[in-house]
Design a binder for this molecule. Structure first.
Ligand code: HEM
Length: 143
């Protein structure tokens, strides 16, 4: 313990859940995890495309593997991750640029949160994300 500060015991668990969180707090969690997932995919994608250097046959075999049903599911999950991240990112752009947040108010206690003001936007964006995921899924699995 330093400077009489209480020890921060919650750690990673506290980052995921440390109390009564709003819907937007879980979107923050999802945004961070999907962002990291997309970065991990980009690295894997570079490794995967480097396989082209192993010759045409090795490449064809790899492509056949990627066309198999388990990889189709993984491909879809990746697509869903990207859709979620992009749509939630657009919501964050709008909110951080102060759209849909209501007029600024004096910070008088008990403080009012602007989260509820932009919650309709949150729902609209998430419904759109769900529709895009359904559309993408239908064209991937039922072309
Ligand atoms: C349409 C595409 C995208 C949009 C609109 C978007 C939007 C955003 C926004 C607004 C943030 C900042 C969130 C905040 O305010 O804290 C963010 C964070 C991030 N994005 Fe994206 N992004 C997109 C694509 C990508 C891609 C392709 C990757 C990975 C290759 C990526 C990786 C990340 C990561 C790692 C973070 C940091 C997350 C965190 O620390 O909480 N994003 N994105």
């Amino acid at each position: 313990m330093k400077n009489n500060q209480p020890a921060r015991r919650l750690g990673l668990r506290g980052w995921v859940y440390a109390g009564k969180y709003s819907f937007e707090r879980y979107l923050y969690l999802g945004h961070r995890l999907s962002g990291l997932g997309l970065v991990a995919y980009m690295v894997l994608h570079i490794v995967e495309t480097a396989n082209r250097m192993r010759g045409e046959q090795a490449w064809a075999e790899l492509m056949a593997l990627f066309a198999s049903p388990p990889f189709k599911v993984i491909e879809y999950l990746l697509f869903a991750l990207a859709v979620f991240h992009a749509m939630n990112g657009i919501r964050l752009f709008l909110v951080e640029l102060a759209f849909f947040s209501g007029k600024p108010q004096e910070p008088v206690y008990p403080y009012k949160s602007s989260v509820l003001k932009h919650r309709p936007l949150t729902y609209v964006v998430m419904i759109l994300a769900g529709l895009l995921m359904a559309l993408g899924g239908s064209s991937l699995f039922f072309p």
